[in-house]
Design a protein around this ligand. Sequence first.
Ligand SMILES: Cc1cc2nc3c(=O)[nH]c(=O)nc-3n(C[C@H](O)[C@H](O)[C@H](O)COP(=O)(O)O)c2cc1C
Ligand SMILES: CCCCC(=O)C(=O)O
Length: 352
Amino acid sequence: MPRTIREFEAAARDRLDPAHYDYFAGGAGEEITVRANEAAFARLALLPRVLRGAGSPRIGVTLLGSPVAMPVLVAPTAFHRLADPEGERATARAAAGAGTIMIVSMAATVAVEDVAAAVPGATLWFQLYVQPDMAFTEAIVRRAEAAGCAALVVTVDSPARGRRDRDLRNGFDDLPEGMRCENMRDGDPGGPDGDLVRPIVMSPEISWEHVDLLRRMTRLPIVLKGVTHPADARLALDHGVSALYVSNHGGRQLDTVPAAVDLLPEIVAAVAGAVPVLVDGGIRRGPDVVKAMALGASAVAVGRPVIWGLAAGGERGVARVLGLLRDEVEHTLTLCGVASVHDLGPDLVRPC
Ligand SMILES: Cc1cc2nc3c(=O)[nH]c(=O)nc-3n(C[C@H](O)[C@H](O)[C@H](O)COP(=O)(O)O)c2cc1C
Ligand SMILES: CCCCC(=O)C(=O)O
């Protein structure tokens, strides 16, 4: 079994169809933002405290009312059956085993009901791309609610799909035979085309009005994913969101957006403690998690590391990836002299 996320990526690359590896690994344009996300963590130093008698660190947090054993969530990522035949079920079992939250992608290759059935009692959140057909959007929201999802993560960084050169070069634009985006079925097996799977539409028409519509449509807390501008963070608060999720989509949407962790301080300042702030992008090691939380994140999420675990070792691979991160977060806190993730502050981080 690989020992680091880097090794997991190498093992996944060996196993995956090269076009699928490129889909998972790649990003938009020159992949400047893909690289920036990881590089930004390397440019931040940790400045530990000593002799504080901190004991064993506590790393549990509570997010939107749900206790989470570690502050590392599973970011929503599409198409898990490309990585493992069990797909999102395997990911969900590993996340539940680690006591953390999986955010199920709308573009999952296992239906949200089936993911939920695989992990009774576990906390799942559901990621939504608002579809221009609001009746269909509502049907998806109702499915997520009925499956027991505890929050709706609305991704707002995708008014169009990012242009990913690797996918264009490989001609990768659809799932292979036998795999579908199971959350996109229109639920009408008697319809003229059977139970049609609709394509996911990325629409430039989506606006704050849609957030208001969703707010009225559901009692689930809304997490806005893909906020990068502090002005949008302030607007989000006016529109009643329950959490902000700072993300540049792992560098897969607009290339040259700043690194996610570099965006955090301004967003955290704009939000001023009104709602929790989550972040993802480039988190590969325990110190990355600790730096993000020191800069004000309530928790972080990981996208590709989970895919690498899944491709390299199925459920056990994902469990190992999450376990590595948990151990490294604890170890990092111990070395920083910090007793709890709640005690982290920006004094611990320096540019380098
Ligand atoms: C293969 C892949 C598929 C993704 N699919 C989705 C998705 O369906 N919905 C979404 O909101 N974000 C999606 N993302 C973005 C992730 O949620 C997350 O923002 C990103 O992966 C974080 O960066 P990291 O991979 O460096 O951890 C995807 C990312 C990857 C790598
Ligand atoms: C239509 C699926 C979108 C998945 C996604 O968000 C990504 O590949 O980054």
